[in-house]
Ligand binder design. Structure first.
Ligand code: TYM
Length: 321
């Protein structure tokens, strides 16, 4: 089994990324695992080159700080040539309708005056990431489920049209924390783009900032602490976060606190302790550029070597070379 997943440096890594994805990536530590910073994916919306470069470095340090093996991490654009080639072949395996149907494309493209073509083809590049490495499992939150489904479809279609080259991957979505919500607006998922929003807690936030954000979190009417995502989405979100930090269920977490105020304090402290070691290790690494560069170069070499035979096979069977 090979697990593979990525995270886009379109902003700072937040608590939803951590609990729904990165923490789980770090938990198993299989030598075949691959996790990467998907900087190519951060170009689908207007971006500033210097900020992209510095966020890529930051997110890379956070992955290592979370405890992912240095052998298992790389930066996507270090494989830009390989991915660019497979991306084209897969774009020619995917229909326009399939790409246009993706929920994230519809959501992010809605109301925009001009949309980059990359926003439409973004899930195809994701499929290239996954299929090029022969990944069998893709651990993601619910928002990426549909994209992994597309990768499955493209793998099957390619294999049946041209020959068995790709492993058909499957998404692995966690039971809890698969969709952490914005603390200020529980109808939205927590997102990196809410840069100025007090509703996103970032992995590199200092403890006092984290406490402040939880104190301001939106709760619901009434005063009973109960896990009921339909009737009490704000409270349910806090309970899911508390449960994920403590390794329990949201129902058990609800039984452990008496009031909304106690819930907010308890969840804030749990998150501070959950993120403390990650923040400290990531900050140390960010101060050690030589080490970060060394790990990055090693990861790139390893991931490229692993990808090449499958990429060559895909080009050959589809009539190229
Ligand atoms: P990204 O950067 O949006 O998210 C990284 C991971 O975090 C999960 N996630 C969440 N989980 C719980 N609650 C939330 N509020 C929340 N927000 C995000 C995401 O589901 C994801 O697992 N396109 C991908 C990166 C990517 C990729 C890939 C993933 C590029 N290539 C290949 C898997 C395989 C993305 O932008 O994730």
């Amino acid at each position: 089994m090979t697990r593979l997943s990525g995270i886009t440096p379109s902003g700072h890594v937040h608590l939803g990324n951590h609990l729904g994805a990165v923490r789980r990536w770090a938990a198993e530590r299989e030598p075949e695992d691959l996790f990467f910073v998907s900087d190519l994916h951060a170009m689908t919306a207007p971006h500033r080159p210097e900020r992209l470069r510095s966020l890529t470095r930051e997110v890379f340090a956070v992955l290592l700080g979370a405890g992912i093996e240095p052998d298992s991490v790389f930066v996507q654009s270090d494989l830009a040539y390989e991915l660019g080639a497979l991306n084209w072949v897969l774009e020619c395996t995917c229909t326009y309708g399939e790409a246009a149907r993706m929920i994230q494309f519809k959501e992010k493209g809605a109301g925009q005056e001009s949309v980059r073509v990359g926003l439409l083809t973004y899930p195809v590049l994701m499929a290239a990431d996954i299929l090029m490495q022969g990944a069998s499992e893709v651990p993601v939150g619910t928002d990426q489920d549909q994209h992994v489904e597309l990768a499955r479809t493209l793998a099957r279609r390619f294999n049946s049209n041209y020959g068995e080259v790709f492993v058909v991957p499957r998404a692995v979505v966690p039971k809890t924390a698969a969709r952490i919500r914005d603390l200020g607006d529980p109808s939205r998922k927590m997102a990196k783009s809410s840069q100025q929003s007090p509703g996103s807690v970032f992995v590199l936030d200092e403890p006092d900032a984290i406490r402040r954000k939880f104190r301001r979190a939106v709760t619901d009417g009434g005063d009973e602490v109960r896990y009921d995502p339909e009737a009490k989405p704000g409270v349910a979100n806090l309970l899911e976060i508390l449960a994920a930090c403590g390794g329990t269920s949201p129902y058990a977490a609800a039984d452990s606190v008496g009031s909304y105020a106690e819930l907010k304090d308890t969840v804030a402290e749990a998150v501070v302790e959950e993120l403390r070691p990650v923040r400290e290790r990531a900050r140390e690494l960010l101060d050690d550029s030589a080490e970060l560069d060394r790990v990055r170069a090693h990861g790139a070499k390893r991931a490229a070597e692993r990808a090449r035979p499958r990429l060559e096979a895909a080009l050959r069977v589809s009539g190229l070379r």
